[in-house]
Design a protein around this ligand. Sequence first.
Ligand code: PEP
Length: 260
Amino acid sequence: MANERAKRTKWVVGNWKMHGRLAENEALLRALLQAGSVTETVRIGVCVPAPYLAQTEALLRSGPLAWGVQDVSAYAHGAYTGETAAEMAAEFGATLAIVGHSERRAYHGETSEVVALKAQRALAAGLTPIVCVGETLQQRETGATQAVVGAQIDAVLDTLSVQELARIVVAYEPVWAIGTGKSATVDEAQQVHAFLRARLAAKDAGLGDVTLLYGGSVKPDNAEALFGQADIDGGLIGGASLKSHDFLAICMAASTARAV
Ligand code: PEP
């Protein structure tokens, strides 16, 4: 699929997780607004805690950066205490919604079926869902990586229409690489991305162009090599997205990476 690579836009999206306060968010967002010409070749976004959507919209609305949330409800409205509807995020100019992050799967018991419904709800509200998949260390060590991420992506493939699937982004995030400082090697990441791309294309040839991001301890010094892989279209960035210098360096790496 390397020859198709040139057609696909590069993406770098920050996942702030449950970090931030008004003053530090403002400093970070103002620094990101200095991204300059890199935004011409890379789509850059930040997924912030929902209470900071209004602040994020106010600071970013006149610039090229996108913003979004880290989860949405599988429902449009109703008695779901504590949840955020995709439609609510959209009212604050959000265009992105992470769904199925491994922390949601692990700590909130989200199944792949629920994740698929959340992706569908995000699309219905006009958001781009970034659907996260990934295996644990034990699953990798027992050779179950493809079975695990295959089942996770199949739940989405079985629930969404081809038209809906054409509008999703998928992030491969090995659980053992998230927040650990231990990124997957470029070969490990590329192999899973190629597997995911083939799985999408098997559903419909057009889905071979879906944007596939890598996430898990991406830093300025490993970003370019990862983003240079044939099936890796950019990154979902946790810890490094909280440091403007590192995040902008990763965005720059996405812009300069060349497909191998
Ligand atoms: C994440 O939380 O999605 C993530 C990739 O985190 P980190 O970059 O810190 O590993």
